[in-house]
Design a protein around this ligand. Structure first.
Ligand code: SF4
Ligand code: SF4
Length: 490
């Protein structure tokens, strides 16, 4: 939301006078959003079904990785410190991929914002999606806005108690299922479901489900729009990232005002006077999940869900006026309308091009590095004390701890060699040297630590520190990995 968008709308004749005193915190008033039908509402239902479907059922999707690996498509495996995502397997030392993913997500969010304002908030944010689901349950049990308001204002009856009990029970069930689905991403889902049901699951699983049940029930059931208004930082950040070309849900003031009843408007038009299309039916306010009256201009509380557009379009259809009194519009377009100029649509502009280029760059780097990543790794650490040992024959010996990583799901045999010190002899403690050198076998998806002694009989300058390169080569595939260290003399 830009500063211009927050400019107060021109005063309306029917608008009540602004309160003299500015209230910094207003006590919460209950919001009873009315159900609405329309294109945007349907889009929201479809997105809700897709996102929740993915969240609840993805842990049960299987992915064959061979006999020694977990077969869950998406799994965060803490015991083996791996993250599995379909064909991708991330090791702890590759967690920069996670950083790349977060950067990518932020850039996509910036791009969405540059094109259509808070479209993320209105359609895809988990808070919006779960609140929508909880509201649907509420309407199903307690009725739509009017029925629900009347029941809440009335005395406690057996029916009201039954409705409230049923609603909170279903909410708790949904919240519990939400927490339960979350823990399934951290273990084999079917086995964990069985363990949970038979009370054999680890305590941490039950504790996590309890915490998530509580947070989902509270945030989606009780706090709802309060989360967006008071807790979420995105509306504040978003305001600094948007521009006058971004589409936002907007009431077309010039078309809607002066507002009045259908009858009054007909009389005014017949007399050749201007009459607005807004009939002041309040439908746009009644359907709003955050209780906003969009006719007052853009507000921080508006999550840009577009439900007021559907509501107003339905009203326009009924009174035979053109749709789009409330619509996705840009500030630039509003200026163009005011000046009687044709609408301006500019999706391609410097900031959208920049975000798209950055998304392509970061995504490209990640895809390339994933495709080009090695399935073996090598690290060497020089002994700190003693740094070198002088042997009885006068030769110098340095000792290292070498770590080999095998990221493949099958055992591999590597030969270890040393470059950079031509006369040096290399020996791995506890292994027999073959014709090709010292051979080390690393199990599937495992690491192996070996103690390596490097002996050099030649002369070295005083204080010498010669760079050396350990190299492993897979005896089957020929793939190699290198680690650099130093051979240190007296
Ligand atoms: S729904 Fe449309 S016609 Fe009704 S009050 Fe809102 S803007 Fe006016
Ligand atoms: S004003 Fe309209 S777009 Fe904004 S939150 Fe309310 S219904 Fe959604």
């Amino acid at each position: 939301m830009t500063a211009a968008a927050l400019k107060p709308q021109p005063p309306r004749k029917t608008e009540p006078a602004a309160p003299a005193e500015e209230v910094l915190y207003a006590a919460r008033r209950a919001i009873y959003p009315q159900s609405v039908h329309g294109r945007l509402r349907t889009t929201k239902w479809v997105l809700l079904a897709i996102t929740l479907g993915i969240y609840y059922f993805l842990p049960f999707v299987r992915w064959d990785r061979g006999p020694d690996a977990p077969n869950q498509a998406v799994l965060i495996d803490f015991p083996t410190r791996r993250f599995y995502f379909f064909f991708i397997e991330i090791w702890p030392q590759e967690f920069y991929y996670l950083a790349g993913l977060l950067i990518l997500a932020a850039l996509i969010l910036f791009l969405m914002n540059a094109v259509a304002g808070r479209v993320w908030c209105g359609y895809l944010c988990p808070q919006t999606v779960w609140t929508d689901l909880f509201l649907a349950v509420e309407r199903l049990i307690e009725g739509d806005r009017r029925e629900h308001m009347l029941a809440d204002a009335g005395p406690w009856t057996l029916e009201k108690v039954a409705h409230k009990t049923l609603k909170h029970s279903v909410w708790l069930l949904l919240a519990w299922w939400t927490g339960g689905a979350w823990v399934l991403y951290f273990a084999d889902a079917p086995s964990l479901v069985w363990d949970l049901a038979t009370f054999q699951a680890p305590t941490v699983a039950y504790a996590s489900i309890a915490v998530l049940t509580f947070t989902t029930y509270t945030l989606a059931g009780h706090m709802r729009e309060q989360v967006c208004t008071y807790m979420c930082p995105w509306p504040r950040i978003q305001a600094a990232l948007t521009d006058e070309y971004a589409l936002n849900v907007t009431y077309l003031y010039d078309r809607g005002e002066p507002r009045g009843s259908v009858k009054k408007a007909a009389v005014a038009r017949a007399a050749g006077e201007k009459a607005g299309d807004c009939i002041d039916c309040n439908q746009c306010v009644n359907v709003c999940p955050t209780g906003v009256d969009i006719r007052h201009g853009m507000q921080l509380e508006c999550i840009q869900c577009g439900l007021c557009i559907d509501a107003c379009n339905n009203v326009m259809d009924k009174i035979s006026r053109p749709r789009g009194l409330i619509a996705y519009e840009s500030e630039k377009n509003l200026e163009a309308r005011a000046a009687g100029l044709p609408p301006v649509r500019r999706i391609v502009r410097p900031r959208t091009v920049l975000y798209t280029a950055l998304i392509a760059l970061v995504g490209g780097i990640m895809i390339y590095s994933l495709a080009d990543r090695s399935t073996e790794g090598l690290a060497a650490i020089h002994d700190r004390n003693p740094v070198f040992v002088r042997l009885s024959d006068g030769a110098l010996r340095n000792a290292y701890t070498v770590r080999l990583i095998n990221k493949k799901l099958e055992p591999r045999r590597f030969v270890l060699t040393l470059d950079g010190l031509p006369d040096a002899r290399i020996a791995v403690v506890g292994t027999e040297s073959g014709p090709e050198g010292d051979v080390l076998t690393v199990g599937p998806d495992q690491t192996l630590e070996a103690r390596v002694l490097v002996t050099h009989a030649g002369k070295l300058d005083a204080g010498a520190s010669i760079p050396v390169f350990f190299r492993i080569r897979d005896l089957t595939s020929g793939e190699t990995a290198i680690a650099k260290d130093h051979f240190i003399g007296p």
